[in-house]
Design a protein around this ligand. Structure first.
Ligand code: PNS
Length: 166
């Protein structure tokens, strides 16, 4: 069975990678699908994010990285996928995610949403948290792969974090 893991991934974090690694054990193929969303301001371009994700998942042979426009369920159908994967970190995620899963169900009854509980160590982690720390000069080395930390420091015109809090 093929699963789609849709998201913004701006940037991909160790929490996302944890979900992808675990999804890979459950599904024949996991397509990590980056939403092309022109109305959302992002730190990295779609092409940069695709490269970052490809580099971060090169140890996983059953991962494909792609971008999509429009509805996630339509993209899933186009790719012959039956499942949308979403990670759940904390209770506050649940309301939004359940609403999204129910909405998707009304759009396509054939596509199931499968929630994977994020590993405890990443329960606080989001792309927004990573960007917030980096804006204020903190280290994100423990939150994203090293090559992405370097990309982030470049965005904020820093080659090194001010404090390495690792
Ligand atoms: O990483 P994010 O930003 O939480 O991901 C959200 C995403 C991209 C999965 C969601 O916004 C999405 O699927 N957008 C595509 C449009 C869509 O299908 N909307 C219907 C569900 S509400």
């Amino acid at each position: 069975m093929i699963a789609i893991y849709p998201g913004s991934f701006d940037p991909i974090t160790l929490g996302h990678i944890d979900i992808i690694e675990r999804g890979c054990k459950l599904f024949k193929k996991v397509i990590v699908a980056v939403l092309r969303n022109p109305s959302k301001t992002s730190l990295f371009t779609i092409e940069k994010r695709l490269n970052q994700i490809r580099h971060s998942t090169e140890h996983l042979p059953n991962v494909e990285v792609a971008s999509f426009d429009g509805l996630a369920v339509n993209y899933a159908k186009m790719r012959q996928a039956k499942v949308l994967i979403r990670g759940l970190r904390v209770l506050s995620d649940f309301e939004k995610e359940l609403q999204m899963a129910h909405t998707n169900k009304t759009l396509s009854s054939e596509i199931e949403t499968v929630f994977l509980a994020t590993s405890n160590e990443y329960s606080f982690l989001s792309s927004s948290v990573v960007k917030e720390i980096a804006i204020f000069g903190g280290s994100v080395d423990h939150l994203v792969p090293q090559h992405i930390a370097i990309d982030i420091y470049k965005c904020y015109d820093k080659t090194q974090p001010i404090l390495n809090q690792k």
